[in-house]
Design a protein around this ligand. Structure first.
Ligand code: HEC
Ligand code: HEC
Length: 445
């Protein structure tokens, strides 16, 4: 679980606290109405104020991330205790404690609440809609390193993260990469510790000579390996002709095949399956690439930004980037009115698949999608335990439930990694879009 996530439980509780304080407020005012001798403005004022305090606290909770929410909830629990105490005091002072006391009412309230909570958490993973994202990716003139790194984080994960859901932003990195120690999903390196590695990699013999030598040009991207002075000045950098850790990370994402992490490449680790992130479908701008680098350099040391070396964007960069601001989060959903090409690009299939008939879809991490040929073979495989009986059913099943059957990778001599293909396309496609996509992919050969 990432500490930048929003916590469902705390968010839910905080809403309930507000509802509860409103309930008490209404109850007290009701009493005041029935008993003419009670000082209504005084008691109404006190409980009204407590209700408002709870509303403000709830609002604040929505601005916090999980870790801080956990700390803040104790203040709200305290506020609820004050309410209960005041409520008891109200009963005592009005000599009406012969009615069921507040603590008993409180008990029944919280039993109902717990039942609701159980129901809510069951219903939640499919249905939750997030509060509108803050314009977190916007660039301001007086940007700090911390804000720049935060912008990078939003490009990677999107503006809002919800516990239990895989968050994927415009950069699409979490489709393939993991970032926490020990968490791996298969054919892509875990990027924990990449800042540290970036300084040692460039001194390795393997970096100097494989798969191309320093000074040679990568044919796919025309980047000259190990020559940071040659990059477009739009990618602002610090330092002279020597490679730095920052340059290594930038080269990794702009020219993945300049250096291929051992065991993660194709054709004997000569070709990287990672997409060039400055080209479609990802297409990050120079300012965005540097923001992602700033985040990668600082993510392993929360609160400490001393390892960040990328310079902040200049005023002119800011002007060009302003147009893109707020795009950090891209809503991924297709309705079926789009062209096939737009549909697969929005969904990100070309990041992993080569799809015949779709220009630029040259992904290398998943099987080549010629399903007219593949699907009948898969269904006949004794390993196949799915429900499909024909090609269309097989393609539909592969999209909605990729783990139903795991394809064997003949080239690598092992199964493709299970869990690499996103499991949640069912939430990103309308029924029309799914039909259209299945029709198209079933015909590919
Ligand atoms: C389609 C899957 C995929 C996506 C999407 C992807 N990567 Fe990668 N990445 C890989 C693979 C596979 C490698 C290992 C091969 C190589 O070295 O190029 C890699 C390598 C890297 C490395 C070098 C790691 C090291 O230890 O030296 C960095 C840095 C990196 N990726 C950053 C990113 C960032 C940042 C993004 C998002 C903007 C991203 N990647 C998106 C698959 C992906
Ligand atoms: C992050 C990488 C990734 C993305 C994005 C991705 N896939 Fe996959 N896909 C895979 C991998 C890996 C496999 C093989 C493992 C398996 O069978 O689950 C696979 C398998 C498949 C298969 C079965 C192929 C066969 O020959 O049996 C189909 C069909 C498929 N994907 C369609 C799609 C479509 C359509 C999209 C976009 C909506 C998509 N995939 C997005 C990685 C990905």
């Amino acid at each position: 679980m990432l500490e930048t996530q929003h916590d469902i439980l705390w968010t839910f509780l905080t809403l309930l606290f507000t509802v509860y304080s409103f309930f008490v407020f209404v109850n007290v005012v009701g009493h005041c109405r029935e008993h003419k001798e009670v000082n209504t403005p005084l008691w109404g004022g006190i409980f009204g104020a407590l209700f408002i305090v709870n509303i403000l606290m709830t609002r604040h909770m929505f601005d916090l991330v999980q870790h801080d929410q956990m700390g803040f909830i104790s203040w709200q629990v305290l506020a609820i205790f004050v309410i209960l105490l005041m409520w008891g005091l109200f009963f005592k002072s009005q000599k009406i404690e012969d009615q069921s006391p507040p603590f008993v009412r409180g008990f029944f309230f919280w039993v109902t609440v717990s039942t609701l909570l159980a129901g809510y958490t069951n219903w939640l993973p499919q249905q939750r809609s997030d509060p509108p994202p803050k314009g977190g990716a916007a660039i301001s003139k007086d940007l700090t390193v911390e804000e720049y790194a935060e912008m990078g984080r939003i490009i990677v994960f999107g503006a809002k993260q919800v516990a239990g859901q895989k968050a994927i932003g415009k950069g699409q990195c979490p489709l393939c990469h993991t970032f926490e120690p020990g968490n791996n999903i298969g054919r892509c390196p875990n990027l924990f510790g990449v800042e540290e590695r970036s300084h040692t990699r460039i001194k390795e013999d393997r970096y100097l000579n494989q798969p191309i030598k320093v000074g040679e040009e990568d044919p796919a991207t025309h980047v000259v390996k190990g020559k940071p002075m040659d990059i477009d000045p739009a990618y602002r950098r610090q330092g002279g002709p020597e490679m730095t850790g920052e340059d290594y990370i930038r080269e990794s994402v702009m020219c993945p095949s300049c250096y291929v992490v051992k065991g993660y490449g194709k054709a004997g680790d000569k070709v990287s399956p990672m997409p060039v992130i400055v080209k479609p479908p990802i297409s990050l701008s120079p300012v965005e690439v540097n923001a992602v680098i700033a985040w990668l350099q600082s993510k392993d040391t929360p609160g400490d930004f001393s390892s960040v070396t990328v310079p902040l964007p200049s005023a002119e960069d800011t002007a060009t980037a302003e147009a893109d601001a707020g795009e950090g989060e891209k809503k991924i959903f297709v309705t079926g009115t789009e062209s096939i090409e737009d549909m697969v690009n929005t969904l990100g299939c070309p990041v992993c698949h080569t799809i015949p008939g779709v220009p630029g879809a040259a992904g290398q991490l998943g099987p080549l999608l010629h399903e007219k040929v593949n699907a009948p073979k898969r269904i006949k495989d004794p390993r196949y335990k799915g429900k499909a009986r024909n090609t269309k059913e097989y393609v539909r099943e592969s999209i909605l439930n990729p783990s139903a059957y795991i394809v064997f990778n003949d080239e690598a001599g092992e199964l493709f990694p299970d869990g690499l293909m996103p499991q949640d396309f069912k939430n990103k496609l309308s029924i029309d879009a799914l039909d259209k996509l299945v029709d198209f992919i079933s015909q590919t050969e």
